[in-house]
Design a protein around this ligand. Structure first.
Ligand code: GLP
Length: 241
């Protein structure tokens, strides 16, 4: 685990964007794993700028997102498909046909999860998985549990995550209770991983990930066993290290 600490969240975002851009330059047809949430927003802005300026080309990139709420259509403003279009895909020269977000609707969410995992495998696996971290140490939507989920599956969200995410919805009751998420195994199978965390409210989760025991009670701690993991932090998120 390589840890980089920056003075501000903006600098951390620039560093993450530089790492992603470098990976695309290295392999223009790469498979890129992507997150939602507030953590990656500035990184996506930087990538869009680099794309506009002609520094980085998304035309041959394929993406797989970490997760999606169960029950939300991609047109719902709080769906992660909507978020990805609004924050990245509409602003870069990616072919939307090559962008993938797990499908949260339909009669058989479990089948959607199995199909998603199979699609990632068929694409040759993920070259670089970018992600944020939840306040309780979750990655994707892999909540604290007794074991690390291996493959993409349906997850019951914890109350703390529902509480944290209610800010995006009209009320807490509207936050979906379940999500479809890549497993910790899916993330660990990515050839490279990159996690960004900014702000003091992530400091405790970051401390647990970096210094605590490797445990499914803090899913991000699994990254300590990843062969190529870069953690990008601002000073506030790193304050308990
Ligand atoms: C959400 C997402 C995660 C994200 C995390 C932190 O619930 N499923 O992928 O990393 O919570 O979100 P934020 O970046 O908004 O703090």
């Amino acid at each position: 685990m390589q840890i980089h600490i920056y003075e501000t969240p903006e600098l951390a975002a620039k560093a993450a964007a530089a790492l992603i851009a470098a990976a695309i330059l290295d392999k223009p047809n790469m498979v890129l794993g992507l997150p939602t949430g507030s953590s990656p927003v500035n990184t996506y802005k930087e990538l869009a700028k680099m794309n506009r300026e002609g520094v980085v080309d998304f035309s041959r990139v394929t993406t797989y997102n970490l997760d999606e709420y169960v029950g939300l259509e991609g047109t719902h403003e709080q769906s992660y498909r909507y978020f990805m279009n609004a924050n990245l895909f509409d602003h870069v020269n990616i072919d939307k046909a090559n962008t993938h977000v797990p499908c949260g609707v339909g009669d058989d969410p479990e089948k959607n999860a199995r199909d998603y995992e199979a699609a990632i495998e068929k694409a040759g696996g993920i070259d670089l998985q970018f992600m944020g971290i939840g306040r309780n140490g979750h990655i994707g939507f892999n909540e604290p549990a007794d074991a690390f989920p291996d493959a993409t599956s349906i997850i019951d969200l914890t109350d703390s995550t529902i509480e944290a995410n209610k800010r995006f919805f009209a009320s807490k009751d509207e936050v979906p209770r379940r999500a479809i998420s890549m497993g910790v195994g899916t993330i660990m199978r990515a050839r490279r991983t990159l996690l960004i965390a900014t702000g003091a409210d992530k400091a405790e989760a970051v401390r647990g990930m970096v210094k605590g025991p490797v445990t499914p009670r803090l899913p991000a701690s699994a990254l300590r066993f990843h062969q190529d993991c870069v953690i990008v932090l601002d000073k506030a998120a790193a304050s308990l290290l």
